[in-house]
Design a binder for this molecule. Structure first.
Ligand code: ADP
Ligand code: MG
Length: 340
């Protein structure tokens, strides 16, 4: 065999990279909503058909993209959010890798309509399998709409592994709930197969989003959290011992407004609830930790859900002690002794 080394072309590179960023329809929804959040939107509408397999449409009223910049947004490693690595030390946006649009467009049929407030007319661009097949001016309102159809039409191996419409829909709904709760100032509207599923008020009040998503029973059993020390600023709500779950679905942890899966924080929470809720049950919590971006690393996985803290041990202890204290001060129904 001849050992001939090929330098892959951009489209092939994007399709390979898409394997990491775009695992399934919910990953597309995640990336697009995060872009809308980063674009300072006050309203984001998400429409899906057949669990996102047929269609995903995300519409925002954010800053939009200049016509002259539209093509660049689909290039790999093209981002308006950082210029150099050090900018990660000061990062408050959800995106920074400049990979999502390149990856998504390489494995789907995509249409973008966008307009900034500084241009009198918007831009419509259509891509298929990563290639621009149409770009033209269009009259539209300020903001950006992305329409993704036929996801994985050109990567049959991926398409074969798509889960059922039901499973994909559950995943997307779960994700939208998390992003909505992480962004109370943004009004989220979610429509599944033409059926309205969620409409958050966007009034900036976390409790009102929690009520829209999880209803009165959860909302009425929460303790408000507000705490600050040298490592973090903590806000949000935690459940009393009147409300807990068999799984961890109602444990929402955000670091600088990014939804994360943080083992340290989840461990601290479950430790502080020991003997307060039954063993094998999970507390309900909606917590946002504000930390100095230079003390965390968000660049561990392409989906940016994992995070590494500089002072992991301290954060664990401080969080656990604070939450435990707060729980003991609260009006818990006097049953926690039963769980010792
Ligand atoms: P990243 O979010 O990491 O910067 P993306 O590939 O997701 O990379 O997006 C590329 C760029 O396209 C963004 O940096 C931003 O400038 C622009 N963009 C994408 N979506 C939107 C949107 N909804 N509104 C305004 N600009 C957007
Ligand atoms: Mg992005």
């Amino acid at each position: 065999m001849k050992n001939k080394i090929n330098v892959l072309d951009d489209l092939t590179i994007n399709k390979i990279a898409a394997g990491e960023v775009v695992e399934r329809p919910s990953s597309v929804v995640k990336e697009l909503i995060e872009n809308s959040i980063d674009a300072n939107s006050s309203k984001v509408t998400i429409e899906i058909v057949d669990g996102g397999k047929k269609l995903i449409r995300i519409t925002d009223d954010g800053i939009g993209i200049l016509s002259s910049e539209v093509d660049k947004s689909f290039l790999r490693h093209a981002t308006s959010k950082i210029k150099r690595l050090e900018d990660l030390d000061n990062l408050y946006s959800l995106g920074f890798r400049g990979e999502a649009l390149a990856s998504i467009s390489s494995v789907s049929k995509l249409e973008m309509i966008t307009k900034t407030k500084d241009e009198p007319i918007g831009t419509k661009v259509v891509l298929e399998g990563g290639k621009v097949i149409l770009k033209e001016p269009i009259g539209c309102v300020n903001g950006t709409t992305l329409i993704i159809s036929d996801i994985f039409f050109n990567t049959p191996a991926r398409q074969k592994f798509l889960k059922s419409t039901h499973a994909e829909t559950i995943n997307i709904s779960d994700l939208i709930n998390k992003l909505a709760i992480g962004n109370p100032k943004i009004q989220f509207k979610y429509i599944n197969n033409n059926k309205p599923m969620l409409n958050t008020p966007g009034d900036g009040k976390l409790i009102n989003v929690i009520r829209s998503v999880y209803g009165k029973d959860v909302t009425e059993n929460l303790v408000e959290i507000d705490f600050k020390n040298n490592h973090f600023e903590l806000s949000g709500y935690i459940g009393t011992n009147n409300v807990y779950r068999a799984n961890k679905n109602l444990q929402h942890i955000y670091i600088n407004n990014r939804f994360v899966k943080s083992k340290v924080i989840l461990d601290a929470i479950s430790e502080s609830y020991k003997s307060i809720i039954p063993i094998n049950k999970h507390a309900v919590c909606f917590l946002n930790l504000k930390v100095n971006p230079s003390t965390i690393d968000v660049n561990i996985h392409p989906n940016k859900m994992e995070i590494k803290f500089e002072s992991e041990k301290e954060i664990y202890v401080e969080l656990k002690d604070y939450l435990k204290g707060k729980l003991l001060q609260s009006n818990l129904v006097g049953i926690y002794k039963n769980y010792d």
